[in-house]
Design a protein around this ligand. Structure first.
Ligand SMILES: [Zn+2]
Length: 98
């Protein structure tokens, strides 16, 4: 069995072609291996006690301000703990069909 081209089955973007044209071309932004985040971009980390408190405050504030939000999931990289996004669940519209 031959070796599959490593570029098969993955999205090819502009960077791919820049690199193809110039093998020495380097992406300016370096990304973390685990979650593909810009290493130079400072983000909150769920594993740092103080930063988790900031995240908690944000979530609490949001829940206080938006009664339509039932819960918020703090999505973080499982490897490095970088905060990736907040996923909120809205309160189900409870309608009575009588
Ligand atoms: Zn990560």
């Amino acid at each position: 069995m031959g070796k599959l081209n490593k570029y098969a089955n993955i999205p090819l973007d502009r960077d791919y072609f820049k690199k193809k044209d110039n093998p020495n071309w380097k992406k300016e932004k370096r990304l973390t291996d685990c979650c593909q985040q810009d290493v130079d971009h400072e983000v909150l980390n769920v594993n740092k006690e103080y930063e988790w408190e900031i995240i908690e405050e944000y979530v609490q504030k949001h829940l206080t301000e938006y009664s339509s939000t039932e819960s918020i999931t703090v999505v973080a990289c499982e490897t490095c703990g970088r905060l990736l996004e907040y996923k909120s669940v809205l309160v189900q519209n409870k309608k009575n069909w009588r």
